[in-house]
Design a binder for this molecule. Sequence first.
Ligand code: CP
Ligand code: NVA
Length: 310
Amino acid sequence: MTTRHFLRDDDLTPQEQSDVLDLAAEMKANRFGHSPLAGPRSVAVFFDKASLRTRLSFEAGIAELGGQPIIVDTQNTHFGRGESLADAGRVVSRYVAAMVYRTHGDERLAELASGVDVPVINALSDGYHPCQLLADLLTIREKLGSTQGKVLAYVGDAANNMAHSYLLAGATAGMHVRVAGPSGFDPAPAVVGRASEIAAWTGGSVEVLRDPREAVDGAHVVATDTWTSMGQEEDGKDRLTPFRPYQINSTLLAKAAPEAIVLHCLPAHRGEEITDEVMDGPQSVVFDEAENRLHAQKALLTWLLAVNGK
Ligand code: CP
Ligand code: NVA
């Protein structure tokens, strides 16, 4: 049997994504009622990049599922240095029920997952942040009732991992996804193509725009992210001036639907991609969104263990 992993948002079909979100809502309502990792079985969580939310929500979530989290900051290990990631994965898979990995290039996740019979979860890569999107979609369901047919506008760095995940996961959830960023910061064409293909099955749609006001116009969900992702600090690009018009402030937010909610995966750079007024305002649901990382990832782990017969 081929092992099912969660390396990109489109590793879940629309039905599977919906099932994981249903389970997440159930687990949120009955927080300590599920123990698929009882034993305890262990889950290894590897970080090549910094984290607060992902690290703590996985650590707490694995414990809440009756398991033992093993959190590894990879700087002091052989992980991916000297020893190949494929070999490291084969070793670690003998110890744990699942692996979670935050890294740089997506090829590193693919290599780790190659040849292992336990599920591997992407905890953020240069290309995608699919666990964040499960939390975002859960939040949208809670606040707006459903995702189907809702307009989601993501403005800012439209070339980054969050933009790609909004395109893929939003399309999978039947949303109308609009992304807008400055010239030179557009999403990868292959991701836009794949998201459009998915949207054609789900009744959603995908648009890549330049004008942030056009993107936000009438939107039900307005989202942004840092203009400088981890690893881009020294890439020589001006990551402030071209982005200024994409700031989520009260003027831009006024273009959205009156009931619109504001998402930000955090950490936020207040005064850059989002103002204090919006971040702390009545439409912001960013702290519920952060909480939902915990519930969504518990559901994802539970679902992946079950589907892989573990
Ligand atoms: N949103 C998110 O992934 O946050 P961390 O980088 O703190 O894990
Ligand atoms: N795009 C950001 C998301 C952080 C959660 C980054 O990759 O740094």
